[in-house]
Design a protein around this ligand. Structure first.
Ligand SMILES: *Cc1c(COP(=O)(O)O)cnc(C)c1O
Length: 389
C-alpha cells in the first residue's frame, strides 16, 4: 500500500509494507542479504547504498509521516544530523544555529566544523530577528530544534523558513522531541527534517537509528555524501523500526495526554518551583507552540523547591527510572546538569536557564495515577531525610 493522503495511523501501520508473496504472512519479511545479483546496471542493491528492500520500504513510511517526498534511514540520529549538515556545507560556508541544541549536535559543530573550514554562529535570542542578525553573505544553512532540550523552548518554524527562503538558505530542523505526530515542519516550509529515531520513532528504548526527510532533490544530495560516509542502518534494526512505528501514533498521543496531566499536576504542587511544558498556558511560548504543533509532546522539565535535593529525589523514585535517553514507553528522568549538559560550564548552563535542580522528565504511557504516587512518595521520603538532618 502506497497511496498518498492516508490517515496517520494507517500510514504507520501499512505504508511501505513488503508483501509476503511466498507465505502470505501479515508482516514484512526481513531481507538480511548484503549481496544481491544486479537487476540491471542502474540498480545495485547494497546496504550502504541505502537501497535494500527493508530500507526502501521503511523510507516510504517515514517520508509520508513527515509529508516529504523522500527519506533515508541512518545508523543513529547523529549520523543523520552530521550527514545532512555536511551535505549542504563546504569550506568557506557559514551556518546559523540556535544555541539550545541537542548536546551531540553542539559538539559536532564546536569540535569538528573548524577542521573543515565551516564557519558557524549560535543564536541566543531565539526569535526570528536573532537569526536574521547572524546571517552573512556565505550563510548556507539555518538549523533549529523545537521544542528544545531541556527547557522546551519553541522556535517559530514558519518565520524561520520565510526568512531563509527570502535569502536562498536551506533550513533544517531536528524534529525529534515533537515526533511527526505533533509537528510536520515541511508543511511549515522547512526543507530538511531530521529525527533521532532512537527516541519516539523507535519508542521502546531498544533501537539506535536516525532519519532524514526532504524533497527528492535534496535527498539525492544527502545520499551522495551518505554512501561515502557509510552511516546506514542494519536491516534487522530497520525491520524493528518498522514494527515500532506501527504504534507511533498510539504511543505519542498517550504520552501527550500524560505529559499534559503531569505538567498541570506538578505546576500546582507546593514542592515544585517551576514546570517547563509548552502545553501549559504559563509557558512563555504557549501560543506559538499551539500555532505550529498538533500536540505538545511527552517531554517536560521541572525544578523542586529550594532546599529539596533533586538527586536524592531522583534516587527515591521507584517507578520512574533514571535514564540518559528519552521517549520510550516507560517514564524516565534525568538531571541535565549531571548528564546531558554536564560538558557545559556552570556559566553556560546558567546562560541557557538550566539550574542545577532541574529535572527532565520523559513521560511514558503508564497510568498518570501511578506516576503521581511515585513522585509523592519520593518527595515525602526526601522531606523526612531533610528533617532528620
Ligand atoms: C538523542 C537525540 C539526538 C541524537 O540521536 P542519536 O540517535 O543518539 O544519535 C539528536 N537530537 C535530539 C533532539 C535527540 O534527543
Amino acid at each position: 500500500m502506497n497511496s498518498k493522503n492516508k490517515g496517520f495511523n494507517t500510514i504507520c501501520t501499512h505504508v511501505g509494507e513488503i508483501e509476503d508473496k511466498q507465505f502470505k504472512g501479515a508482516i514484512s519479511p526481513i531481507y538480511l542479504s548484503t549481496s544481491y545479483a544486479f537487476e540491471d546496471v542502474d540498480i545495485k542493491r547494497y546496504p550502504r547504498y541505502f537501497n535494500t528492500p527493508n530500507q526502501e520500504a521503511l523510507c516510504k513510511k517515514i517520508a509520508q509521516l513527515e509529508k516529504g517526498e523522500a527519506s533515508l534511514i541512518f545508523g543513529s540520529g547523529m549520523a543523520a544530523i552530521s550527514t545532512a549538515l555536511l551535505a549542504f556545507l563546504q569550506k568557506g560556508d557559514h551556518i546559523v544555529l540556535q544555541r539550545t541544541l541537542y548536546g551531540g549536535t553542539a559538539n559536532l559543530v564546536n569540535e569538528e566544523f573548524s577542521k573543515y573550514g565551516i564557519e558557524y554562529s549560535f543564536v541566543d535570542n531565539q526569535d526570528v530577528n536573532g537569526f536574521e542578525e547572524k546571517i552573512k553573505e556565505n550563510t548556507k544553512v539555518i538549523y533549529i530544534e523545537t521544542p528544545s532540550n531541556p527547557l522546551l523552548t519553541i522556535t517559530d518554524i514558519k518565520a524561520i523558513s520565510v526568512l531563509a527562503k527570502k535569502k536562498g538558505i536551506v533550513t533544517m530542523i531536528d524534529n525529534t522531541f515533537a515526533s511527526p505526530v505533533n509537528q510536520n515542519p515541511i508543511e511549515l516550509g522547512i526543507d530538511v527534517v531530521i529525527h533521532s529515531a532512537t527516541k519516539y520513532l523507535g519508542g521502546h528504548s531498544d533501537i539506535l537509528a536516525g532519519a532524514v526527510v526532504s524533497s527528492e532533490e535534496n535527498m539525492e544530495q544527502i545520499f551522495h555524501l551518505a554512501k561515502n560516509l557509510g552511516g546506514s542502518l542494519s536491516d534487522f534494526t530497520v525491520w524493528m523500526l518498522e514494527r515500532s512505528i506501527k504504534t507511533l501514533g498510539l504511543r505519542v498521543k498517550q504520552q501527550n495526554k500524560n505529559a499534559k496531566k503531569m505538567a498541570k499536576w506538578l505546576e500546582k504542587h507546593d514542592d515544585i518551583q517551576a514546570v517547563y511544558y509548552p502545553g501549559l498556558k504559563s509557558h512563555p511560548d504557549y501560543q506559538l507552540a499551539k500555532s505550529q504543533m498538533k500536540g505538545f509532546g511527552g517531554m517536560l522539565s521541572f525544578e523542586l523547591k529550594e532546599g529539596l535535593d533533586a538527586s536524592k529525589f531522583q534516587k527515591e523514585l521507584r517507578l520512574i527510572k533514571s535514564s540518559m535517553s528519552l521517549a520510550g514507553v516507560e517514564s524516565t528522568i534525568l538531571s541535565p546538569t549531571l548528564t546531558s549538559h554536564a560538558l557545559l560550564t556552570e556559566e553556560e548552563r546558567k546562560h541557557q536557564g538550566i539550574n542545577n535542580g532541574l529535572l527532565r522528565f520523559s513521560v511514558g504511557i503508564e497510568e498518570t495515577e501511578d506516576l503521581i504516587i511515585d513522585i509523592e512518595q519520593a518527595l515525602h521520603k526526601i522531606k523526612i531525610l531533610e528533617l532528620e538532618q
